[in-house]
Design a protein around this ligand. Structure first.
Ligand SMILES: Nc1nc2c(ncn2[C@@H]2O[C@H](COP(=O)(O)OP(=O)(O)O)[C@@H](O)[C@H]2O)c(=O)[nH]1
Ligand SMILES: [Mg+2]
Length: 220
């Protein structure tokens, strides 16, 4: 007689189990490399041409300190045409990445505007979110970070200036050569993880479908 075996789907489920999901919003002037940074993280090819973004949404499973996380990343347009979309992105975000690049000096001065928006929109909901400032395209030769003179008359780097002014971390990256891209997202997870010093014992890693990358795209 044929035997029927009943499988328990809940036990064999292929659904990944995450310790936590976080939404990150990436802001910065158009052309600084926001999409290239995010594309690199999710394993997509580097595109040498600039393809303007309206807003794209990526989901990236990532293992950090032996725990599986899901990052939901909002890649924004970088123009001032879409203030309502930016406001929604800030409200959704658990953290923000602000990008500038050395080949576009005006992108550095625009950081302040993004920072003001983040602070005022977050204040509406009585919250603060961690921000990391990124200097992208660090591979381009003969371009240097701006320098500033502080109140004591000492010359300080952009990194010290930004960390002092906005009280947030700074990182130099190259999306073209994959320099510091993973570090950026791990630094952010360190800021977001409530108990970052708690490392799981070997062999208790949570399940994470690292190969799976979903992407939805919204274009006008
Ligand atoms: N040299 C160099 N070029 C980059 C880097 N990241 C992006 N780019 C180039 O800069 C342009 C704009 O990049 P994109 O990611 O579309 O910028 P976005 O508008 O901020 O999303 C493209 O031509 C990219 O190939 C980088 O790290 N180094
Ligand atoms: Mg883009």
């Amino acid at each position: 007689m044929m035997q029927l075996s009943v499988s328990d789907d809940s036990k064999n489920s292929e659904e990944p189990v995450y310790f936590k999901r976080y939404t990150l919003a990436v802001f910065g002037d158009s052309g600084v490399g926001k999409s290239s940074i995010v594309r690199h993280l999710v394993g997509e090819k580097y595109i040498p041409d600039h393809v303007p973004t309206v807003e794209e949404f990526y989901v990236k499973p990532i293992t950090h300190r032996n725990r599986a996380y899901e990052l939901q990343i909002i890649d924004t347009s970088g123009t001032y045409e879409f203030p309502a979309m930016r406001r929604i992105a800030i409200h959704k975000a658990d953290a923000a990445v602000l990008v500038y690049s050395l080949d576009k000096p005006e992108s550095f001065t625009k950081l302040e505007r993004y920072m003001d928006e983040i602070e005022s929109y977050c204040a509406e909901r009585n919250r603060r979110i961690p921000v990391i400032i990124v200097s992208n395209k660090s591979d381009i030769p003969n371009l240097s970070e701006p320098t500033f003179v502080n109140t004591n008359g000492l010359k300080i780097s952009a990194c010290v200036y930004l960390e002092g002014k906005f009280k947030c971390q700074w990182l130099a990256t190259s999306a073209k050569f994959n320099l510091n891209i993973d570090t950026l997202f791990h630094k952010m997870l360190d800021k977001l993880s409530p108990d970052k010093n708690l490392v799981r014992k070997k062999g208790t890693v949570m399940k994470c479908e690292v190969s799976q990358v979903y992407r939805t795209c919204c274009k006008t």
